[in-house]
Design a protein around this ligand. Structure first.
Ligand SMILES: C[S@@+](CC[C@H](N)C(=O)[O-])C[C@H]1O[C@@H](n2cnc3c(N)ncnc32)[C@H](O)[C@@H]1O
Length: 272
């Protein structure tokens, strides 16, 4: 039953229905998740990324989160992060911003999220990382000056937005000349052209676009056992958590595996 309701909600959202309601619903979901699941070992809320043979270096304490970090690693690989001012929009529990701050030597990393409870949790979970801060704010009206960042990162967050085009315009505005926008998220196959059109509002040049669905499914498989443990502990929301976390058998997992849902990674560059 929960799965059927969940799939209907996803289908309506995929077709762009009720954007303001969609935004409100997601915000409350993330606020609730951050209030009730405050586990210190849960710093990521993405589906992960695994590429065969791609063994990037990690400290032993970060190994359990390798698949989730993988999505960030592929997002920044080869970009001039050292010394850069980095903004992550939709930073969630902050694990991705923390990874960039600890491994890539940026001048600063600012994580922004519209869920106040999630920002409070991110601050608490990541107080050990250098040059890292978190603040509350909306992706569609970024509270920053023009050209304030060299790199803008956006991972698995844009599907929650009421107006992706407004977000893209804001990214184009806060990115410095010559700067980068690195994006990853999923859409129904039928919504991919619309996503391209929306992101074109950055006014930046599309440098690379990749279908990373197979990498995300590989990561979901690898994380299944750990996820199951958390789902089992969520006794009153077990079905919801199963769908939300993309566990095997969920609508999302099936859609990604069958190609009805596509996970894309894109990079844009602003003219110098
Ligand atoms: C699936 S989580 C991903 C979090 C993080 N990027 C990660 O990979 O762990 C999506 C995040 O986007 C945030 N979000 C959704 N809509 C937003 C908006 N309009 N402005 C800022 N953050 C938003 C949510 O609160 C949530 O923390």
């Amino acid at each position: 039953m929960t799965s059927r309701v969940f799939s209907k909600v996803l289908a309506i959202m995929d077709h762009g229905g009720f954007p303001k309601v969609q935004k409100w619903v997601w915000r409350n979901i993330y606020n609730l998740l951050s209030r009730f699941w405050r586990d210190a070992d849960w710093r990521f809320m993405n589906y992960g990324y695994m590429a065969p043979g791609d063994v990037f270096p990690l400290k032993p304490e970060d190994e359990p989160e390798r698949t989730f970090i993988g999505l960030y690693q592929q997002a920044v690989a080869g970009l001039p992060v050292s010394g850069a001012r980095v903004l992550e929009v939709g930073s969630g529990r902050g694990g991705g911003s923390r990874y960039i701050a600890r491994y890539h030597d940026p001048a600063s990393v600012t994580g922004l999220d519209y869920s106040p409870a999630t920002v409070r949790l991110a601050r608490r979970l990541n107080s050990d990382a250098p040059a890292l801060s978190f603040q509350v704010g909306d992706a569609e009206t970024l509270p920053f000056a023009d050209g304030e960042f060299d790199i803008v990162v956006n991972i698995e967050s844009s599907h929650c937005y009421g107006n992706v085009e407004a977000f893209a315009r804001e990214v184009g505005r806060v990115t410095a000349p010559g700067g980068w926008f690195t994006f990853a998220d999923m859409r129904g196959r039928g919504a991919l052209a619309e996503l391209d059109r929306q992101l074109a509002a950055t006014g930046m040049e599309l440098v690379e676009t990749r279908d990373i669905s197979a990498n995300v499914v590989a990561a979901l498989d690898a994380a299944e056992a750990r996820k199951r443990q958390r789902i089992e502990r969520s006794w009153f929301l077990r079905r919801f958590m199963s769908e939300f976390s993309g566990s095997q058998g969920s609508m999302l997992y099936k859609g990604l595996s069958a190609g009805q849902v596509v996970y894309v990674a894109k990079r844009y560059r602003k003219a110098p």
